[in-house]
Design a protein around this ligand. Structure first.
Ligand SMILES: Nc1ncnc2c1ncn2[C@@H]1O[C@H](COP(=O)(O)OP(=O)(O)OP(=O)(O)O)[C@@H](O)[C@H]1O
Ligand SMILES: [Mg+2]
Length: 265
């Protein structure tokens, strides 16, 4: 007994502290997972489509921190979709740099581009659901192409559908859903892969005001859980209502960047 009382105490203390240390690391890693995307930065980005005279974007600089909610507004042709496509690495800028976590995404090779897109959930105006697949299958498909196992799919798809309030429509086909419901499937498909960033281009463009508002509130909920959200929209009334950061473009240039409303005069 005398032989081990002190060392035993310090040894068990050591083990307890080691245990806490491991738990702490797990907690930090979990926290990091949601906040994994630190910052998006555009540095003097210009985009001139081949065969056009005027740039779709001109010397655009912008910084977006992890967990932000941003509306992109501006008249038709202002450059909103171009910016969304550049962020998805669908297109390359003519000049300037786009950085995710300080990495220039223009320099990405094929595998890095795929990795990059895996971190992003896209939501489209026309939903882009597969007609022949059920709601469950549409959402599952987003995971299948990323190589998730059937077991993971059976867990993750119902979770995503629950978040968007469509658990009861798992077996329905897109044509059996309202526009608002179809777009909620589109959102479930975007969030099912736990993205760091949601990019939505006119997500409420085909919906009435009430459905549009419900969707914006859903985006807000997703954002509150840690996902960065960027939404290009013309829906000035919804932008006014949400009171988030608004970046206004006009003729490819950044015109305004502040928290508040659409400023639709
Ligand atoms: N693939 C393309 N080829 C040539 N020009 C293009 C292409 N895509 C967009 N443009 C031009 O780039 C400019 C910006 O277009 P963009 O689609 O980004 O605008 P937007 O703000 O999304 O407009 P909207 O509100 O109508 O969706 C426009 O002048 C458009 O004509
Ligand atoms: Mg557009």
């Amino acid at each position: 007994m005398g032989r081990c009382s002190k060392p035993c105490i310090s040894e068990s203390m050591h083990n307890i502290l080691k245990g806490y240390g491991i738990i702490l690391v797990i907690l930090i890693l979990n926290f990091k997972k949601k906040g994994a995307l630190n910052v998006i930065e555009l540095n003097k980005v210009s985009m001139l489509y081949p065969g056009t005279k005027d740039p779709a974007l001109e010397e655009m600089s912008l910084k977006l921190n992890s967990g932000e909610f941003l509306f992109l507004v501006g008249p038709s042709g202002a450059g909103k979709s171009t910016l969304i496509n550049l962020l998805f690495r669908e297109k390359l800028p003519t000049r300037g740099g786009i950085y995710f976590d300080n990495k220039d995404i223009s320099a990405y090779k094929k595998e890095e581009i795929l990795q990059h897109r895996r971190r992003i959930g896209m939501v489209f105006q026309d939903y882009k659901l597969i007609k022949q697949k059920t709601v469950f299958e549409n959402v599952a498909f987003a995971l299948e192409v990323l190589g998730y196992s059937p077991k993971e799919i059976r867990i993750k798809v119902p979770e995503a559908l629950k978040k968007v309030g469509l658990s009861h429509k798992e077996k329905a086909f897109p044509k059996e859903l309202s526009g608002g419901e179809q777009q909620r499937v589109g959102i479930a498909r975007a969030i099912v892969k736990d993205p760091d960033l949601i990019l939505a281009d006119e997500p409420t463009g085909n919906l009435d005001r009430d459905n549009g508002l419900q969707l914006m509130e859903l985006f807000e909920k997703i954002n509150q859980e840690g996902t960065t959200v960027v939404i290009a929209t013309h829906a000035w009334d919804l932008v006014d209502r949400m009171q988030k950061r608004v970046v206004a473009l006009a003729g490819g240039k950044l015109e305004r960047d502040e928290k508040g409303g659409y400023d639709h005069e």
